[in-house]
Write a protein that binds this ligand. Structure first.
Ligand SMILES: Nc1ncnc2c1ncn2[C@@H]1O[C@H](COP(=O)(O)OP(=O)(O)O)[C@@H](O)[C@H]1O
Ligand SMILES: [Mg+2]
Length: 383
């Protein structure tokens, strides 16, 4: 397959703190990893770095020949332009990996995403959006305060958990001033935290669950993934929030988490791959956020879960190409998650199947003759 890897090059940030650049520079690392992986699978690969211009660099390629592997998370250093990038692909008739612009745009705004989740009966923490001059607080403390439209733990510190009016006001001011946007104020969900990688389209599959190991943090209100915890390797936050994969969970909890994660994935119309972050309180998994086109860094959540399932990074990158190609009905090998005869235990009530650890370790994947049964009609809010 001819694959164009389109990725954004970050020079300067127009807002936020300088540390945030770390999160943005990851794209180049991912581009390298994906390019090498796809070449090792025999794909013809050309990388297209995007700085300020998007149209010109793409024009020289024939959309009928090339599939875009989309790693463009922002343009002109503005994350809110991520969906615009997709519009340009579509305008130029390119096919591309990952989610469409509606899904990306909706998930970028966490409040909009939560409204959609609620409409699909997916549990998510009660919330309100607070902009300068807004009304009154409706929820009871403790609360969690974050920018309404950022990701990668931008703006998240231990001060994000607030216990009284003074702390709330202080954190709101911080969000408004630093990120120039309203704050999302949510009920604080005290409990275990999981990252759930989902792959697929008609019949999405859940890779082995990852859990954040908060065992070294005594205070339950500090058991959160802060910006430092995600990005600054020599910080205490980082050392104290390692990831356990596969997570040690009972079968009941695993099924419940998988159902909620796949429900959220479908409700948001995610395609090919994504990661759902959730926290479990009183046995209920509450979705924090859905990440379409989630981070594909070799050391991040999706790649880790895939590895645990026996799918190395190169296979994962190739699988994403296969999933997109299959979705567009292109002549490519079928996605492994469809072709492999999965030794999955009984599907849960929602027809959700987890991918067993052993699934990708089979030597010669057996190709099923007939297509797998289609999933139940999906209540799609975003197509
Ligand atoms: N309502 C909440 N209750 C408890 N912790 C939360 C809540 N919302 C977010 N967090 C913590 O903050 C982290 C980042 O929040 P998340 O919504 O996933 O944003 P990001 O897009 O930055 O990853 C989560 O991994 C979790 O540890
Ligand atoms: Mg998250």
């Amino acid at each position: 397959m001819k694959v164009l890897i389109v990725y954004n090059v970050v020079d300067l940030l127009d807002k936020g703190s300088s540390d945030d650049l770390l999160a943005e520079q990851e794209t180049k690392i991912v581009e390298d990893a994906v390019a090498n992986s796809l070449r090792s699978f025999g794909h013809q690969v050309v990388s297209v770095p995007i700085r300020h211009e998007l149209w010109e660099p793409l024009r020289e390629f024939d959309p009928n020949e090339w599939l875009i592997f989309n790693l463009c998370e922002s343009i002109r250093d503005k994350t809110y332009l991520e969906p615009y990038v997709i519009s340009v692909y579509e305008y130029l008739h390119f096919r591309y990996t990952g989610s469409n612009r509606l899904t990306l745009a909706t998930c970028l705004n966490k409040a909009r995403a939560k409204e959609m989740l609620k409409a699909h009966n997916i549990p998510t923490a009660p919330f309100q959006v607070i902009a300068p001059g807004t009304v009154r607080r409706k929820l009871d403390f403790p609360l969690f305060v974050k920018p309404v439209a950022e990701d990668a733990s931008l703006g998240i510190t231990w001060a994000s958990v607030v216990n009284n009016e003074r702390e709330l006001r202080q954190q709101l001011r911080f969000i408004w001033q630093t990120y120039r946007q309203p704050a999302l104020v949510e009920q604080f969900i005290e409990g275990r935290e999981f990252n759930v990688t989902v792959l697929g389209n008609d019949n999405p599959r859940v890779l082995p669950l990852s859990e954040i190991n908060f065992a070294k943090i005594a205070d339950p209100k500090k058991r959160i993934v802060t910006f430092k915890g995600k990005w600054i390797e020599d910080s205490d936050d980082y050392k104290f929030t390692s990831v356990i994969s596969p997570a040690k969970v009972s079968e009941t909890l695993r099924n419940r988490i998988s159902e909620v994660a796949v429900g959220a994935y479908r409700a948001m119309g995610v395609r090919d791959y994504g990661r759902v972050d959730l926290r479990v309180m009183n046995g209920v998994p509450y979705v924090l956020e859905v990440n379409p086109n989630a981070d594909l860094s070799p050391d991040a959540g999706i790649a880790r879960s895939a590895r645990v399932a026996g799918m190395n990074y190169a296979m994962l990158a190739d699988e994403i190409v296969r999933l997109a190609a299959h979705r567009y009905r292109l002549k490519e090998p079928r996605p492994r998650i469809i072709s492999l005869r999965l030794k999955a235990p009984r599907a849960g009530a929602e027809g959700v199947r987890a991918i067993p650890v052993s699934a990708f370790k089979q030597k010669a994947p057996r190709v099923e003759r007939s297509a797998p049964p289609l999933a139940k009609p999906v209540p799609v809010g975003a197509v």
